[in-house]
Design a protein around this ligand. Sequence first.
Ligand code: FE2
Length: 421
Amino acid sequence: MKIINARLRHKPELYTVTIADGKFSAIQTQQGELAAQDGDTDAGGNLLCAPFVEPHIHLDAALTAGEPAWNQSGTLFEGIERWGERKPLLSEDDIRSRAMATIELLVQNGVQAIRTHADTTDPSLIGVKTLCAIRDELKDKITLQVVAFPQDGMMASAEATRQMEEALEIGCDVVGGIPHFEYTRELGEQSVKHLLALARQYDRLVDVHCDEIDDPNSRFLEVLACEAMFHDMGARVTASHTTAMHSYDNAYCSKLFRLLKNSGINFVSCPTESIHLQGRFDTYPKRRGVTRVKELRDAGMNVCLGEDSIFDPWYSLGNGRLLRTLDFAMHICQMMGYQDFASALDFITDNSARTLCLENYGIAVGNPASFILLDGEDDYSVLRKQGDVLLSVRNGKVIMQRRPAEVMTAPWITPPAFARH
Ligand code: FE2
């Protein structure tokens, strides 16, 4: 396979990218535009980019909004209640059909690696079993990581604690947690220490729903970061959401950032979910409730963006388009400067790949030939246009191809070429 007239991120020239035996074999600068020969794929000056990575989603809950009841208040806590009513209706077929439909949606939008949470507080562990089975079935087609996630609290009962361990025995890749939802602060701290001990015992990654609340006194992030640092696990540990950080006092946050930087942990923010769920107990002014994405990034920490939900009890929109999530983040977190735009795709590509500890990710000779082709010439134009994913190639094989829609406009509406933007 040879792709001509491709642009690469942060480079102005056109490139020819050659693929052999499922790997990138050559990446060469072109002297101007080339005419396609037989068998060439013409990128048409569009951006060849590393695949999108979805670092935080709940495939077991996806596509269940309104079943059996809608979340009327829009709060995280009512979402947990509504999900509690849906859980008894779960079956392997039910989870499998919804998870596969959601994976298809993600693949159609350029995603090739997914980290999904799976609820371990359902006694049957059907979500864990089904998602681990799907992961194994799709292992040559897509990267799927399954997080053992104790939705109702890991320390809520002896059974909940035991089921976490059972989920790891079944084969979850990542240990999760929800310390801010445990009954007491003390139990929350215990849960963080316990889940990190489980990660060491089973040699797994860590991804905690951490401080997903507007309470400025919810400070489990410092416990997670400190434990990760003391056990030298930072690169393998992720704090998801951390929305309480939005409400932390600046003096505390300044002190906290030193620990976070030293710990080397990763961060996932889900801006569409958080702007919807947080601030629900405020009148006005109403908090945005999204963690400090810009400040964490500017302090040199690894931050990436996920969707969290697609049509589930917590969030009844969502469409698998991480570019939409990115667009929200740029607005909500006030990252609207030129330099912000110029590197925006980091949040849904390289940074997420680092969070998931993906190996051999990226467009480089010798790496697996996995990439997407985006409608746009650079980060800025792809973001502004919300460019379609035109092509998705995994290990040298096409897994998705999109023909752009043809839109006709009346002659009077088409401006002269020089006036187009
Ligand atoms: Fe989540």
